[in-house]
Design a protein around this ligand. Structure first.
Ligand code: G3I
Length: 379
């Protein structure tokens, strides 16, 4: 009885925090594209999670931030751990969401055993066999339930050539194509995506477009390319993302904004660095650690989100989904990258789960767009 009362009290407290308006992100953007969010287990495996409740109300697609990566699903060869990923998929189904699987083939968060063999590096045949077994097991388990998969993550460098990856090192340049073929075999109805950061860069844009055209010519199934879109207040320029979306549409695939956030903190190196590199903590990199973002920064953040979404709306025909990399500032990965232990403000909900001014601006934007397209680009 006591437990039931506690649950009712905490849920009513939570609903008091949620926006009072009848409008939701997924509602106002439904004529244009799907709106999604990445969630950790703290949100989807806990029925009392405030983040989970916001996700159910605001988003119609969900991506597992970490729980479907190879290190979580197959920590040792042939030893699959499905329990947390199963709960993620059940959460998405229970709430009528499009479920996105992230990710099958990546150089990071993949256990070393994949690439090793007694006496040294695994040979091509072993790697291909392990890749196929992993993809068939994972995609096969969620066949018909996961809407689309990030099949290969982050394979290109900024110049548009293939970067170092132990997959490429052991298999060769065709590792991407093989991964797409295996995923399509395992679930012919699932959508398949290539996903990368720095997609605003011309070199990477051209490299990925070349790959898409090559796949189309060979009959390799690919539905869309994900632009991660981890951005900052000061850049990269919206027009560069726009050019990538246009180039992808011309190559015959949809674009997806797959990991959107806007860091407001000073960067040790601007916005061009390798996404996984990290830096020592210094107070000058963490100016608003009391949890209060100054008003003018809040406004800058709102303008940045509005400019990005005004462009997304203009290209709604070419964009299938916009997914935020998290729901609220408290649990964003950016509090720990590229410097551990900072206080960043990159998302639409604050540390107390309240909607921020950028949320209100994004709710208002579609009706402004209907009457005067491009309005978000005004200063
Ligand atoms: O789960 C452990 C926990 O047991 C341990 O106590 C704690 C101590 O640090 O670490 C926890 O694991 C962390 C994990 O996130 C879950 O929070 C890892 O250290 C941390 O490295 C990991 O970071 C994730 C990162 O990928 C790793 O590559 C971020 O949450 C996740 O947001 C981020 O997501 C990537 C996308 O997959 C691909 N695109 C870039 C994006 C951002 O880097």
């Amino acid at each position: 009885m006591k437990t039931i009362l506690l649950v009712i009290v905490s849920l009513s407290q939570l609903f008091a925090l949620l926006p009072s308006s009848a409008e939701t992100l997924k509602g106002v953007y439904s004529p244009y594209f799907t709106i999604g969010a990445a969630l950790g287990a703290y949100a989807f495996a806990n029925p009392e999670s405030p983040v989970g409740a916001i996700a159910v109300r605001e988003f119609s697609s969900v991506t597992a931030e970490n729980e479907m990566k190879p290190e979580r699903l197959q920590p040792r060869e042939g030893e699959f751990r499905w329990d947390v990923a199963d709960r993620f998929v059940e959460f998405g189904e229970r709430n009528g969401m499009k479920i996105i699987g992230h990710c099958l083939v990546w150089h990071s968060q993949t256990p070393r055993w994949f690439f090793q063999k007694e006496g040294g590096k695994a040979d091509r045949d072993t790697l291909v066999r392990r890749m196929k077994a992993h993809i068939h097991a994972v995609v096969g388990r969620y066949k018909g339930r996961v809407h689309g998969w990030d099949v290969v993550n982050e394979a290109f460098d900024d110049a548009g050539t293939l970067r170092y990856s132990p997959w490429r090192d052991g298999i060769g340049d065709d590792f991407i194509e093989l991964a797409f073929r295996f995923a399509h075999e395992a679930d012919p109805d699932a959508e398949l995506y290539y996903n990368d950061f720095n997609m605003f860069r011309r070199g990477k844009r051209e490299g990925v477009v070349r790959m898409v055209r090559d796949f189309k010519a060979k009959g390799v199934h690919i539905d869309a390319v994900g632009l991660q879109t981890h951005t900052r207040l000061s850049g990269p320029p919206v027009a560069e993302y726009e050019a990538t979306i246009e180039a992808l549409a011309a190559a015959g695939v949809k674009a997806m904004i797959t990991e959107l956030d806007v860091s407001v903190l000073p960067s040790p190196w601007g916005h061009t660095a390798e996404i996984m590199s990290s830096q020592e903590y210094r107070a000058k990199y963490d100016p608003w650690k009391d949890g209060n973002l100054p008003h003018e920064k809040q406004q800058e953040l709102t303008r940045r989100y509005r400019d990005l979404f005004a462009m997304f709306l203009r290209h709604a025909d070419a964009i299938d989904r916009v997914t935020f990399w998290g729901v609220c500032d408290r649990t964003s990965w950016l509090n720990n990258y590229p410097v551990r232990g900072r206080t960043d403000y990159p998302l639409l909900f604050d540390r107390s789960y309240r909607p921020k001014p950028c949320y209100d601006a994004l709710i208002a934007l579609p009706s402004l767009h209907k009457t005067s397209p491009g309005v978000g680009n005004l200063p």
